[in-house]
Design a protein around this ligand. Structure first.
Ligand code: PSU
Ligand code: MN
Length: 287
């Protein structure tokens, strides 16, 4: 189960549904380059022609970044895209699941899905996956499009340990703080590796959530981003959006409403998370 080579999985929904072209393609290439510069091997995950893949060619990355209508594949969509030999962009949940099949223990992304604001009946499959699938997910917390306290409560119920990397607070993606405590603070990759090994040795199922605040000079304070979030959430409700459409709509609307600044923050935290994930993968491989 433990691999000795330091691999880092990367997701593809952020490429095809999370960011605009051409920044999405540049981001996908840059995350791979950052992982390599930090001594690990990147493996971008997607479904290509119905085949589960960890590791994509330049042409395949380009395809995911530009093609219209690449399906967003969460866990429930996997059998459909495989049976019909479709292309699919993997969410955090599906990327974890594929990574684990390929023996990859560490995965870098931007933000995870969670419990949506409102009635609380839209809960991302990402949370359930963290409860079941043994992968370390490195992210900048979750966007405040979600109900962050409810998201953390769900993770607690499911037995998912939440690490703050260099922080005591759960980061809220654009903002470094949320007022919500993490379960433990780690300041080094070795500390994260130690918690992971302890979890494995105890035979506890599921993943580990490592949350890394956005770089300080790129942060957007919560008060500045909140009006855009509130507007986007209200528009999604007014349109009666459901299920898998909700998150891509909110991400696109917030990017439109907040412009270049939020895009720069988004890219900076993704780069940072790739570096931290690579360091954790290297620490695990060294053990
Ligand atoms: N949050 C972001 N950026 C993203 C996503 C979430 O800030 O790109 C994507 C991830 O792929 C995540 C998915 O796994 O959205 C969650 O979608 P849903 O809420 O439908 O489960
Ligand atoms: Mn959902």
């Amino acid at each position: 189960m433990t691999t000795q080579r330091p691999f880092v999985a990367l997701e593809s929904t952020v490429i095809s549904h999370g960011l605009p072209y051409p920044q999405n393609l540049a981001l996908a290439q840059e995350m791979e380059a950052i992982v390599r510069r930090h001594g690990a091997e990147p493996r971008t995950v997607a479904v290509i022609g119905g085949e589960l893949r960890a590791g994509l060619s330049e042409a395949e990355l380009h395809h995911l970044a530009t093609a219209k209508g690449v399906r967003k594949v969460s866990r429930r969509d996997l059998p459909i895209v495989v049976a019909r030999r479709l292309d699919g962009a993997t969410t955090v949940a599906t990327t974890m699941w594929v990574a684990q099949r390929f023996g990859i223990q560490v995965f870098a992304t931007g933000g995870i899905g969670g419990v949506h604001r409102g009635k609380g009946d839209d809960i991302s499959a990402d949370l359930q996956e963290l409860a079941q699938t043994p992968v370390i997910v490195v992210c900048a917390g979750a966007k405040a499009i979600l109900d962050l306290p409810a998201t953390l409560e769900y993770l607690e119920t499911q037995g998912v340990t939440v690490v703050g990397y260099g922080t005591d607070e759960f980061p809220a993606f654009y903002s470094r703080t949320s007022g919500l405590a993490v379960d433990v603070r780690c300041d080094t990759a070795a500390e994260v590796a130690a918690i992971w090994r302890a979890k494995q040795s105890l035979g506890l199922p599921g993943g580990l959530l490592v949350t890394v605040p956005a770089p300080a000079d790129m942060e957007i304070p919560a008060a500045e981003i909140e009006p855009a979030i509130a507007q986007a959430v209200a528009e999604a409700e007014a349109r009666g959006l459901r299920s898998a459409e909700v998150t891509p709509f909110l991400l696109t609307r917030i990017a439109q409403l907040t412009g270049e600044r939020s895009l720069r923050t988004n890219l900076a935290l993704l780069h940072n998370n790739a570096a931290v994930a690579a360091e954790i993968a290297v620490a695990l491989a060294a053990a």
